[in-house]
Write a protein that binds this ligand. Structure first.
Ligand code: NDP
Length: 311
């Protein structure tokens, strides 16, 4: 009988941490780390950030493809076998990291820290009015595992919260807007906009001139989705007219940006190198082991992607 092997193809250092968890919690699984793939015919499960181009022919018995990160936009769905289940990473470590990053970015903007940093450069000692959190309207694009966790944390500060998603949601304490019809009203009441959408054909370029124009004058952006959500020239225009006051960008296109790119030294843009949150090897391996159990039991796997929708 052919053996059942799980192949890990991502950062090898983290792979060794996954291997340790598998050794302890799922010793029956033959865990392999790329490039030591052994007999490819034995590989039934693959966890990868970027799968090999010849995935379908090289691993003819593959049963599930796991993304080692939260997104699956790096996968070319057309190149994957049509019925192959694809599972994105939904694990507590990613959620915690994102909640920390966005909370920090929102508080930074809420308390006018970008302006105080600019004033310090000019040697200017000038207090701005302190606006209560209840009068600051935060809007989160994307009400998935990350968007909802971020909103739950921000609720503790007393912000006025709203969210936008494809389908209509109901979340206590959050004004929920759904679909393209709900977007304009959501934007019109958003002072700090957080993008936590997945990158799909529908969301590519969503952060554009038209969207910025619907925000109140002087709103700010926290972008932690994916670089191609943003139309760069439209952001620069919105910042130059004051339509947007500040932007915190964790993702760009490409990553990193070229050395001469305008974002690097823009006084109203804060850049971080895609570090808002990262898959934590231990909790990720535990989630994947649970998903293997679910798969074998015929139960729905956590993070199963709808390939038609693209997320
Ligand atoms: P989920 O799949 O759980 O949630 C996605 C949300 O986006 C859902 O609420 C969905 O709506 C909404 N959505 C999708 N398409 C549309 C659309 N066309 N119009 C309106 N709403 C839409 O994703 P996660 O919360 O787990 O992750 C979100 C993204 O965050 C990831 O895809 C990734 O790009 C990014 N990310 C960034 C990281 C970083 O370090 N910068 C780290 C981790 C993730 P509905 O609820 O109706 O389905």
């Amino acid at each position: 009988m052919t053996k059942t092997a799980f192949l890990y193809k991502s950062d090898p250092l983290r792979g060794r941490q996954w291997a340790e968890v598998f050794r302890r919690a799922a010793p029956e699984v033959d865990f392999r780390i790329w490039p030591d793939i052994g007999d490819p015919a034995e590989v039934r499960f693959l966890a990868a950030w970027v799968p090999p181009d010849d995935l379908a022919t090289r691993f003819p018995h593959l049963e599930v493809l796991f993304s080692s990160g939260a997104g699956v936009d790096q996968f070319d769905f057309d190149a994957l076998p049509p019925g192959l289940p694809v599972v994105r990473m939904v694990e507590p470590g990613i959620v915690r990291g994102m909640v920390e990053y966005v909370t920090h970015a929102v508080l930074d903007l809420h308390r006018d820290m970008p302006q105080y940093r600019r004033q310090q450069q000019l040697g200017e000692w000038r207090a701005l009015p302190v606006r209560p959190a209840g009068e600051r309207r935060i809007g989160v694009l994307g009400l998935g595992s990350l968007g909802q966790a971020v909103l739950a944390q921000l609720a503790g500060f007393g912000f006025d919260l709203a969210g936008w998603s494809r389908s209509q949601h109901r979340i206590d304490g959050v004004h929920c807007h759904g679909g393209s019809d709900g977007l304009a009203a959501f934007l019109a009441r958003t002072d700090i906009l957080v993008c936590l959408l997945p990158l799909t054909d529908e969301t590519r370029g969503v952060l554009n001139r038209e969207l910025f124009a619907h925000l109140p004058h002087g709103a700010s952006l926290v972008h932690v989705g994916r670089g191609p959500h943003l139309v760069e020239a439209d952001l620069l225009d919105a910042l130059s007219t004051g339509q947007l006051a500040d932007a915190a960008l964790d993702v760009t296109d490409p990553e990193p940006l070229p050395a001469q790119h305008a974002f690097w030294r823009h006084p109203r843009i804060r850049l971080t190198p895609h570090i808002a949150s990262m898959t934590q090897p231990k909790s990720a391996a535990e989630v994947v082991i649970d998903n293997l159990r679910r798969f074998h039991a015929g139960e729905p796997m956590t993070g199963l992607v709808d390939r038609q929708r693209g997320y």
